[in-house]
Design a binder for this molecule. Structure first.
Ligand code: BES
Ligand code: ZN
Ligand code: ZN
Length: 470
């Protein structure tokens, strides 16, 4: 999609009209015939008049974003090539741009027939009062953010045959080159040297070697330093505790946390925000084979803690354990450490497909991230730790067990497992985000397509932006 900012209304093939509060002022008769009342999630295309009406309910941020995304899906099915949309009083410009970019995303990599007649790049003109610096900044920030979200969607949607740890490292390299970031990549040799027995075990049966990726964005005069850690399971078969067939499908999306972390550092560096960011990804494939790690194994993580493996499908927490230790050993004096993972099916059961579970020891900080999520157009909710659930991950033979002794509260027990690998001085700086629900949904929802959504990118950039004015 090509986007232009314009100051004066021009003649175009299609005008997109946002109807707020069901307030229809023109074309009343024909819209009545179509029974279009301007409710949220409804549209009316009047091709002969060159108009597309979109209902958005109350004029709130996410209603506008989702309405515009809905309009994009209709626009995409037509042969109209140029459209206009008005940001009246420059209000909701950011949401309009986000709705356009997020709503028009399509993943066509594996379609053999490319849609010839719709091949031409479509254009949308956004009418603002004046194309001045502050308007241009809002526009460009929204483009950088949504391009990063769409990049993450591409990563996650790509099949495990085409996207394995080495490829993830290659993508990180490309991001580093484009944005002038520092990049370190480690493999098995380093895991052995540094006693990272957890990440090492999970990837052992795969024909693809594991990677730990560390990208750094270091602006001059950084106001804060943030560490991001992502679960990058390029495929999760479950390992020897093999997943049932129906549950294995979509597990290409188990790299969503690691991909989000790459998307966030990409967005923040493109926006040139004055915040230092470290993005760490544990890129690993969890497979079966004669060399696979087993239920009954005891692993030793980088911090020396021993872990009894009772289920090889609880692999994400093992990879994250070593990545979190690496981050806390190697990065000094950071302000926050946030991890992202499609960690548990239990989180999806608990809060539904559309919501991220936020956990940690600092409730105030968790609440702050939840607020940022809602402002950014993502859903998130805080799940609280407690001392009773903490007891359920004890092990009789090692320091800790990789699964709980109860099937209830699985999102929280997974979060509390990670807490075992957070140093005392960092307990209040840490947030865990379980994105198992929203990262990959097999239906269109809001401004998200079928498949990968890019969950975590928007709320994190919102959180990071807010640190500047603190
Ligand atoms: N990657 C899965 C979690 C998941 C499930 C993500 C559904 C997205 C959708 C994770 O590695 C896993 O398998 N977790 C197990 C943990 C269990 C063995 C304690 C789960 O949730 O069943
Ligand atoms: Zn698993
Ligand atoms: Zn997993």
């Amino acid at each position: 999609m090509k986007l232009n900012l314009i100051e004066e209304k021009i003649e175009v093939e299609l005008e997109i009209i946002l109807v707020k509060n069901k307030n229809i002022t023109n074309d009343i008769e024909i819209l009545e015939k179509l029974d279009f009342q301007g409710e949220a999630d409804t549209t009316a295309l009047l091709p002969e008049l060159g108009k597309l009406y979109v209902g958005c309910g109350e004029p709130q941020s996410d209603n506008i974003r989702c309405a515009v995304a809905g309009a994009m899906r209709i626009f995409a099915t037509t042969n109209f090539n140029e459209a206009l949309i008005e940001a009246s009083n420059d209000e909701f410009l950011r949401e309009i741009v986000e709705g356009i970019e997020l709503g028009s995303y399509e993943f066509k990599k594996y379609k053999s027939k490319k849609d010839d007649k719709k091949k031409t790049k479509k254009t949308i003109n956004i009418l603002v009062s004046k194309v001045e610096p502050n308007i241009i900044e809002i526009f460009e920030d929204a483009i950088n953010l949504t391009n990063s979200v769409n990049m993450v969607r591409d990563f996650v949607n790509t099949t495990p045959e085409d996207f394995y740890p080495k490829i993830m490292a290659k993508k990180a390299k490309k991001i580093a080159t484009q944005n002038n970031l520092e990049l370190k990549i480690f493999g098995e040799k380093y895991f052995k040297e540094e006693n990272m027995g957890a990440i090492s075990a999970v990837g052992r049966a795969s024909r693809h070697d594991s990677r730990l990726i560390h990208l750094t964005y270091k602006p001059e005069n950084a106001l804060k330093k943030i560490v991001l850690v992502g679960k990058g399971l390029t495929y999760d078969s479950g390992g020897l505790s093999l997943k049932p067939a129906d549950f294995m499908v979509t597990m290409k999306a188990d790299k969503s946390g690691g991909s989000a972390v790459l998307g966030i550092i990409n967005a923040v560096s493109k926006m040139k925000l004055p915040i230092e960011i470290h993005a760490i990804v544990g890129a690993v494939e969890n497979m079966i084979g004669g060399d696979a790690y087993k239920p009954d194994d005891v692993l030793v993580a980088r911090n020396g803690k021993t872990i009894e493996v009772r289920n090889t499908d609880a692999e994400g927490r093992l990879v994250l354990a070593d990545c979190l230790c690496y981050a806390q050993d190697e990065i000094k004096d950071f302000d926050y450490i946030i991890d992202y993972a499609t960690l548990t099916g239990a989180c999806v059961v608990g809060v539904g497909h559309y919501t991220t579970g936020i956990m940690g020891n600092n409730i105030e900080l968790n609440n702050k991230l939840q607020e940022c999520a809602l402002r950014s157009g993502e859903l998130a909710t805080v799940l609280h730790f407690n001392k009773y659930l903490k007891k359920t991950i004890k092990s009789k033979i090692a320091d800790i067990c990789n699964i709980s002794n109860t099937r209830y509260g699985g999102a929280i027990t997974a979060g509390m497992f990670l807490d075992e690998f957070i140093k005392d001085e960092n307990k209040q700086k840490w947030i865990h985000c379980d994105i198992a629900g929203p990262a990959y949904v097999e239906e269109v929802w809001g401004c998200n397509p079928h498949g990968a959504s890019g969950a975590g990118v928007r709320f994190s950039v919102e959180f990071i932006k807010n640190l500047i004015s603190e």
